[in-house]
Design a protein around this ligand. Structure first.
Ligand SMILES: [Zn+2]
Length: 248
C-alpha cells in the first residue's frame, strides 16, 4: 500500500511493548484513525515529539490491515501550556474523548479539527476562563457534528428577545418565558447566556471566542452546554467525573 501525508491532532496515546505507541489521531480527511508509532517512545526516535499527546503534526502514514503505521512525523504545533495545569489537561482530555466518541467524518471532521486546535490554543495560553472554553467546545462541537439546537426564536410563539428562555436539551428547541411557563418548564437561560449561545453556534469560527459574558450568565450557559452535549453522547465519558472534581 502507498504511503501518504496528512496533518492530524493526537487525541490519545496508548503504550504497548516497551517503546511503541498506538495513536488515535483526528485528521481532516479521514476523520478519527488509529496508527501505530513503533519505537516512538525512544528518546532518539524521530517520531518521539511529533507523536505526543495533543501534538498537531504532519504524518506520513502507511495503510495496514487493522490500522495505519506512522512512517514519519513532523511537529506543526505543540500546545505546551496545556500540561502546565491539571485543570487544563483534564479539560483537553474531556474534549478529546468527546471528539473520539462523535468521530466526525468528511467536512465535519475538518471543522471539528479546527475547533479543537482553537480550543487547545486557548487552554494553552491560559488567558481565558476554562469554563468558557468548555462551553464553547461543547456547543460548537454539537453544532458542527449535526446537532445544532434551534436557537433563533421561541418554538411556540417566535419571540426572539426576552429576559429568560428555556432550552430543551433533549429536543434542542427554545421556549420564551411565557411559553415555558405554559409548558411547565423552568427557564435555564438568561439574556446574556442566550446571546452567548447564539454567538457560539452561529458565528464564523475565527470569532468564536469574541464575546463577553457575566459570571451569572456563564453559570447558566455552562450548565445548559454540558447537559446538551452529554445528552447527545451515546455513552458516558470516562474523563467527565474527574473533570467535574476540578471544574465543578
Ligand atoms: Zn414563546
Amino acid at each position: 500500500m502507498e504511503a501518504f501525508v496528512t496533518t492530524g491532532l493526537v487525541l490519545k496515546e496508548t503504550r504497548y511493548k516497551e517503546s511503541d505507541r498506538i495513536l488515535t489521531i483526528l485528521t481532516p480527511e479521514l476523520g478519527v484513525i488509529s496508527a501505530a508509532a513503533q519505537s516512538s517512545l525512544r528518546l532518539k526516535s524521530k517520531l518521539f515529539s511529533a507523536c505526543g499527546l495533543f501534538c498537531y503534526s504532519e504524518f506520513t502514514l502507511v495503510p495496514g490491515r487493522n490500522m495505519y503505521t506512522v512512517r514519519e512525523a513532523e511537529v506543526k504545533n505543540v500546545f505546551h501550556g496545556i500540561s502546565s495545569s491539571i485543570e487544563g489537561m483534564s479539560l483537553a482530555m474531556y474534549m478529546a474523548e468527546m471528539a473520539m466518541t462523535l468521530s466526525p467524518t468528511g467536512q465535519e471532521a475538518q471543522r471539528e479539527l479546527r475547533l479543537l486546535l482553537n480550543c487547545f490554543y486557548m487552554i494553552s495560553e491560559s488567558k481565558t476562563d476554562l469554563r468558557v472554553i468548555k462551553a464553547v467546545f461543547e456547543l460548537r462541537t454539537m453544532s458542527e457534528c449535526g446537532f445544532m439546537p434551534q436557537i433563533v426564536c421561541c418554538r411556540d410563539c417566535s419571540a426572539y428577545d426576552g429576559a429568560a428562555f428555556y432550552l430543551d436539551v433533549q429536543e434542542g428547541h427554545l421556549l420564551c418565558a411565557d411559553c415555558a411557563a405554559k409548558a411547565g418548564k423552568t427557564c435555564n437561560l438568561d439574556q446574556g447566556a442566550l446571546y452567548a449561545l447564539r454567538h457560539i453556534c452561529l458565528v464564523d469560527d475565527k470569532k468564536i471566542f469574541a464575546f463577553k459574558i457575566s459570571v451569572g450568565s456563564l453559570e447558566k450557559l455552562s450548565a445548559v452546554a454540558e447537559r446538551y452535549a452529554l445528552t447527545h453522547m451515546d455513552k458516558p465519558l470516562k474523563s467527565y467525573d474527574f473533570l467535574k472534581t476540578l471544574l465543578p
